[in-house]
Design a protein around this ligand. Structure first.
Ligand SMILES: [Ca+2]
Length: 386
């Protein structure tokens, strides 16, 4: 299988669906596919991440995708890749009840109830995050922080699990974190020059060869794919939160606010989360105290005792990406997202969110990414039934 892990550009609004029968000529990949644009998703997403590569020449059943390097040529079968990664995740042996009970004891009880999910108005229509609709969520447990390097280290030591980035040999690192090594890693996804494909980057070497997490055991684990999160959940006897649960919890008991603490970006003139200050993507002033990740319990928790539900790192949730739940006469009850698809939802924004480029640092913000994609600004937290 060729190296075809793609990084999805959040602002892309046209996604190719159900691509099969790909051909490669003159540096372009062509695939016969059905394409929908706008906000209607009537078919499963199959190849969401390919949008990064510039969908062009769209006709009823075909589109052209620009590929700027030849290394991706070949045949890619997303269903086969999915089966391969799922098998690795499910091969993990659960740690057992004692660990699960210990972890459950540290989790916060989220009371459940009816809330308005989504945004009044979308900043990015392709996010399908508006209008608001009423959703009912049952009580559940959610970890107060994202999984940390220390916790993930224990998981890998006890199971021998190797992440997708470790198995495939690379991950995406933000350019400003590479320092003197920047020139060594020139490859980027098209139109995203601030992401560098770094061989040897992984959760335990977040900036590539020579880096480590020794000094940041309490920071969120990053460079993890959705499949890696699934593997951790299997080991721990827990699960990923569903998207509706995540948003209910992020709001911390407040109604229709933008942030976990209210509507002000800087309450009392103080930074309340880890995002990007300066001029994205070339100058990060780090005014909030952090250039990259912050400790998972940095800043004040929200009303449910949850830390960093916005900013710091994106968080994988269980759901496939698609339309938000539909409310009928009654609110949707414990919606679990689309039944089928390809891309998975990420929530909460990261230390790279900046108002000039991607202000997805609100409690309603969402994005999507390929489940086998990893980068230095995405992790996850675990949930459990009560
Ligand atoms: Ca920051």
């Amino acid at each position: 299988m060729p190296d075809v892990r793609f990084f999805l550009q959040p602002s892309v609004s046209v996604i190719p669906l159900a691509a099969t029968n790909w051909t490669f000529r003159h540096g372009q990949m062509r695939c016969r596919t059905k394409v929908h644009s706008g906000t209607h998703w009537r078919q499963p997403l199959i190849l969401g991440g390919l949008a990064t590569y510039g969908v062009k020449n769209i006709t009823k059943d075909c589109c052209t995708l620009d590929l700027k390097t030849s290394e991706q040529s070949g045949t890619y079968d997303p269903a086969a890749a999915h089966q391969l990664h799922i098998a690795q995740s499910l091969a993990v042996t659960p740690a057992g009840e004692a660990l699960t009970e210990n972890l459950r004891a540290e989790m916060m009880e989220i009371p459940g109830g009816v809330f308005e999910m989504g945004a009044r108005r979308s900043s990015f229509p392709s996010d399908l995050d508006s209008p608001r609709r009423k959703v009912r969520v049952s009580p559940f447990l959610l970890a107060p922080t994202t999984v940390t390097n220390s916790q993930f280290d224990r998981f890998t030591r006890e199971t021998g699990y190797r992440t997708v980035a470790e198995r495939e040999g690379w991950s995406f690192v933000f350019h400003l974190l590479l320092g003197a090594e920047l020139g060594r890693w020139p490859d980027s996804p098209p139109d995203l020059p601030w992401w560098r494909k770094v061989h040897g980057a992984s959760w335990s070497a977040p900036e590539g060869p020579g880096s480590d997490v020794v000094s940041r055991p309490d920071h969120p684990v990053v460079h993890v794919t959705w499949y890696d999160a699934l593997a951790y959940a299997r080991w721990s006897g827990l699960r990923l939160p569903r998207e509706a649960e995540w948003e209910f919890a992020a709001r911390g008991g407040l109604k229709n606010k933008k942030f976990p603490w209210g509507d002000e970006l800087m309450p009392g003139g103080r930074y309340a989360m880890n995002t990007f200050q300066g001029a994205f993507p070339h100058r990060n002033s780090g005014d909030d105290g952090w250039i990259g990740t912050a400790p998972a319990d940095a800043f004040a928790p929200n009303g449910y005792g949850l830390y960093n539900m916005t900013g710091n790192v994106w968080e994988w949730v269980q759901d496939y990406f698609g339309a938000l739940p539909v409310a009928g006469l009654l609110p949707a009850q414990d919606p679990a997202g689309p039944e089928d698809g390809y891309a998975r939802v990420q929530r909460g924004g990261s230390y790279l969110c900046h108002v000039s480029y991607c202000d997805r640092y609100h409690v309603h913000s969402r994005t999507q990414n390929d489940p086998d994609s990893s980068a230095g600004n995405c992790g996850f937290r675990v949930a459990a039934d009560l």
